[in-house]
Write a protein that binds this ligand. Structure first.
Ligand code: NAI
Length: 264
C-alpha cells in the first residue's frame, strides 16, 4: 500500500539551469529535477527555494502534512512521505520520474538524554529516519542517475556526527552513519557521473531548535568562533553548489558549514 498522498501544486513553467556543452563549449540547456526530503521546513525548505531559484524543477517530500501544504505552492510538486518507509520511497520515485538532484534533509533530533536512559524505540526511530531514510532515497534514485550518467546527492549530516554531542548519542551516531554512507556511495559511483557529498552544519536557526533550551543554544553558539547561529540560506548556498555542474572532482566528502567550529 502506498502511504504517500500528493499535494501537487501547478507545475512551474520549466526554467533551466544552463551548462556548457563539454564537446564544443556552446551553451547547452539542461533541465534538471530535484527531490528535497524534509523540504517543508528549515534547511530543506531553504534548499528547495534555492534550487528553484537556480532553475531546477523541485519536488519536496515531508512527513508533516501541515507544513507541506503551506509550502506546496512554491514548488513543482509536494508529497507526503515517510522516508523510513522504503516502499513509499520507491513508489514516490516511480511517481515523479527521474531525479537529477537528491537532497536528504529529513531528520529528527531524537532522544535528548544520557545514553543510558535512551529506550529501544527512540533509538530505533532516530536511526530509521536519519540513516535508513537516507539509504532508502539514495537506493531509489541511484539506478536511474547511473543509467543517465549524471546525478548529484547531498546528505545533510551534522557536526554532531563528527564530534559527538553529549546527550544526543542516537543523533550523533546517526549522523556519523550518514557521513560513512556518503563516503561509501561516493566511491561506488565515482566513475558514473554521480557525485555524492554531505554537509555538516553546526547549529542552524530552524524550527528543529525551537524547543531547545536557551542555555543549550548558548552553549552551542559559544563553540562557534563566528559567535552566532547559522542560517538555513547559508546551508542552501553550499548545497546549491554541491548540486551543480561546478562540482566535478569531489565526492564522498563531508563539507563543513559551522562558522569555524569544525577543526577537521
Ligand atoms: P526541521 O525540523 O526544520 O526540518 C526537518 C524536516 O524533516 C521537517 O519538515 C520534518 O517534518 C521532516 N521529517 C521528519 N521526519 C521525517 C520522515 N520520517 N520523513 C520525511 N520527512 C521527515 O529541521 P532542520 O533544522 O531543517 O533539519 C534538517 C536537517 O539538517 C536534519 O537532517 C538535521 O538533522 C540537520 N541538521 C540540522 C541542524 C540545525 O541546527 N538545525 C544542524 C545540523 C544538522
Amino acid at each position: 500500500m502506498r502511504s504517500m498522498t500528493n499535494c501537487r501544486s501547478t507545475p512551474s513553467p520549466p526554467v533551466s539551469r544552463g551548462t556548457r556543452n563539454p564537446d564544443n563549449g556552446s551553451a547547452l540547456i539542461v533541465h534538471r529535477t530535484a527531490l528535497v526530503t524534509g523540504g517543508a521546513s528549515g534547511i530543506g525548505l531553504a534548499v528547495a527555494h534555492r534550487l528553484t531559484a537556480d532553475g531546477l524543477s523541485v519536488a519536496i517530500a515531508d512527513l508533516n502534512e501541515q507544513t507541506l501544504a503551506a509550502a506546496a505552492g512554491s514548488f513543482t510538486s509536494a508529497h507526503r512521505l515517510d522516508v523510513a518507509d522504503s516502499g513509499a520511497v520507491e513508489a514516490l520515485i516511480e511517481d515523479i520520474g527521474p531525479v537529477d538532484v537528491l537532497v536528504n534533509s529529513a531528520g529528527i533530533v531524537g532522544p535528548n538524554m544520557p545514553v543510558w536512559d535512551v529506550d529501544d524505540d527512540a533509538w530505533a526511530l532516530t536511526m530509521a529516519i536519519n540513516v535508513t531514510g537516507t539509504f532508502n532515497t539514495m537506493r531509489a534514485v541511484l539506478p536511474s542517475m547511473r543509467e543517465r550518467g549524471w546525478g548529484r546527492i547531498v546528505n545533510i549530516a551534522s557536526i554532531a556526527g563528527k564530534e559527538g554531542n553529549p546527550n544526543l548519542a542516537a543523533y550523533s551516531a546517526s549522523k556519523a552513519a550518514v557521513i560513512g554512507l556518503t563516503k561509501s556511495v561516493g566511491k561506488e559511483t565515482a566513475t558514473d557521473g554521480v557525485i555524492v557529498n554531505a554537509v555538516a552544519p553546526a547549529v542552524i536557526s530552524t524550527p528543529m531548535n525551537d524547543d531547545t533550551e536557551p542555555e543549550t543554544v548558548d552553549y552551542m553558539v559559544s563553540k562557534i568562533p563566528m559567535g552566532r547561529l547559522g542560517l538555513p540560506e547559508e546551508v542552501a548556498a553550499l548545497v546549491s553548489w554541491l548540486s551543480s555542474d561546478e562540482v566535478t572532482f569531489s565526492t564522498g566528502h563531508t563539507y563543513d558549514i559551522s562558522g569555524g567550529r569544525a577543526t577537521y
